[in-house]
Design a binder for this molecule. Structure first.
Ligand SMILES: C[S@@+](CC[C@H](N)C(=O)[O-])C[C@H]1O[C@@H](n2cnc3c(N)ncnc32)[C@H](O)[C@@H]1O
Length: 194
């Protein structure tokens, strides 16, 4: 019982963390943690599982420190584009600097305040939602926005990260915008319901 309460508290904290107000110092620790994680869990391994193609317009929703940014921009090439979207100003600044240092011309950073990215309707081939669903407060609004920006034939690739797959499936079902077409390990491929 005690353990359950503790788990509940931890989950509650993750969902309530206000990433909008994350300080530079907090973000520094957060990105260091991710760098450490990359040693055990190489981002290139994840990239290989994502259906990225040359010329694609891709959105990395909840991009954090942009762990997938460089390999992603290489795969979509100069004809493609990657939109890095996050609610945290230090995360967006970090990705902007990363793109400038690596001279990546096909990256656009977007700092969101709510769930409005401002990205043109039906203009995106692929949205990535990696290790972010557990943090999102208004999941209905998030899926509505992803649905809105995806083209006909567009795809959502999601890794629910800290969330169990069964819970993520329930959320996808209850929000009603997407159909899960494939699940592999902790990755999901989803199509918008048209
Ligand atoms: C756990 S990190 C994952 C970062 C990255 N996707 C990865 O896998 O390395 C979650 C990210 O989601 C962002 N985030 C949280 N709520 C958001 C929202 N409503 N809109 C956009 N980004 C959000 C956080 O600021 C954070 O950078």
């Amino acid at each position: 019982m005690r353990r359950m309460n503790k788990e509940k508290k931890i989950k509650f904290k993750a969902e309530e963390t206000d990433f909008k107000r994350m300080s530079d110092e907090h973000f520094k620790w957060f990105s260091r943690f991710y760098k450490l994680m990359d040693i055990f869990c190489n981002p290139n391994r994840k990239i290989k599982k994502i259906p990225l193609r040359e010329g694609m317009r891709v959105v990395d929703y909840g991009c954090g420190p942009g762990r997938y940014m460089i390999p992603m921009t290489k795969l979509v090439g100069f004809k493609g584009k990657v939109f890095a979207v996050d609610i945290s100003p230090p995360a967006i600044k970090y990705v902007k600097d990363l793109a400038a240092k690596a001279n990546l011309r096909n990256v656009e950073t977007i700092l969101v305040d709510s769930y409005n990215t401002g990205i043109e309707e039906s203009s995106i081939d692929l949205v990535l939602l990696l290790d972010t669903l557990h943090i999102i407060k208004d999941r209905n609004a998030l899926f509505r926005e992803i649905y809105r920006m995806l083209k006909e034939g567009g795809i959502l690739f999601m890794d629910p990260g800290h969330m169990k797959m069964s819970r993520a499936r329930k959320i996808v079902g209850s929000t009603g915008f997407f159909t899960i077409v494939e699940c592999r390990g902790h990755d999901m491929l989803l199509y918008p319901k048209r």
